[in-house]
Design a protein around this ligand. Structure first.
Ligand code: NAP
Length: 280
């Protein structure tokens, strides 16, 4: 029986077990998926132990271990190398392979929600320059959009993102988003703004962002954020973060248990119920 787990510190908040255990049941597969709290000081030994455990297929990795695990893996995928961050580790013949599936999870969700979108024709504004923004910027840049601008309140971090990824994108201060000279087709919120646990009432001023047809929020708790409601009032099409969360898990499940799972209506409903239970 194949085993896998998500590791982080702390880890109690992780929803990965709910997703993977739903799929194990749905696909009628023998397997186990658990969450394991691993202290930063124990990370290296933990990975070495699991790498040599034949029952263990791999791990998902969350805060604060994504960068450290990238340094510990024996081999990295191209995008994990560029991002220097890993959210999926698989073990094969005692070798640890590191991947990053966040950006492609976002892309899958975008294509599923807006099948009419042709990324190569878009002018894209990414709000945020943290880990999630970085992986999204890298995946989008592979489709050569007309333009990518990365907005952040700490401008240095946006400059660093563009420099490190070596992508064609423009780093800008967050306040520039409202600059009347700019226009974008798609705005992506890649910050915690709007998240239930974040005590911050800031919202986007959609009326003053020119040209917007699409707004994608990567916050998934609540499932529909205040920014999504505000965007819809301006006739902007919206997408929430739940699709990204579910799609980034697909390659992990497939490599752990050998079957590609579906991001089904049933799974979405199951997770949405969980959001309602915990998201108060
Ligand atoms: P991170 O690395 O800590 O980066 C946080 C980013 O948000 C930074 O750019 C930061 O700006 C910005 N920020 C934080 N608070 C802000 C505020 N009050 N006003 C303006 N900007 C603010 O975090 P991350 O891993 O990228 O995650 C960002 C969000 O995405 C989190 O809410 C996370 O839950 C969500 N997420 C969702 C998925 C999914 O599957 N849907 C996946 C990953 C992450 P500064 O640099 O100026 O501090």
């Amino acid at each position: 029986m194949k085993k896998a787990a998500v590791i982080g510190f702390p880890i109690s908040h992780s929803w990965s077990p709910i997703i993977h255990n739903y799929w194990l049941k749905e696909c009628n597969l023998p397997g186990e998926y658990e969450k394991i709290e691993v202290k930063p000081a124990d990370l290296k030994t933990f990975i070495a132990d699991k790498k040599n455990d034949n029952e263990f297929a791999g791990l998902n990795v969350t805060i604060p271990h994504k960068e450290s695990v990238a340094k510990i893996c024996d081999q990295l995928s191209e995008n994990a190398k560029k991002l220097q961050a890993v959210n999926l580790v698989t073990f094969k013949n005692n070798i640890a392979y590191g991947y990053n599936t966040d950006g492609d999870g976002f892309l899958e969700s975008l294509k599923e929600t807006f099948p009419e979108i042709d990324i190569s024709k878009l002018k894209i504004a990414i709000f945020g320059a943290g880990g999630a923004a970085k992986s999204i910027a890298l995946s989008l840049s592979e489709h050569k959009p007309k333009k990518i601008s990365v907005f952040n309140r700490n401008l240095d971090r946006a400059v660093e993102l563009v420099k490190k990824l070596k992508i064609s994108a423009e780093p800008l201060h967050a306040s520039e988003l409202k600059n009347a000279e700019r226009s974008y087709d798609l705005l992506i919120n890649a910050t915690p703004l709007g998240m239930t646990s974040v005590n911050n009432l800031d919202t986007f001023d959609f009326k003053n962002i020119k040209g917007l047809n699409f707004f994608a929020d990567i916050v998934y708790n609540p499932e529909k954020t205040k920014n999504m409601f505000l965007a819809e009032k301006q006739n902007i099409k919206t997408m929430g973060g739940l699709g990204m969360l579910l799609h980034q898990a697909v390659p992990a499940f497939e490599t752990f248990y050998g079957k590609k799972p579906n991001v089904s209506v049933g799974l979405r409903g199951h997770i949405a119920e969980h959001i309602l239970r915990v998201g108060k």
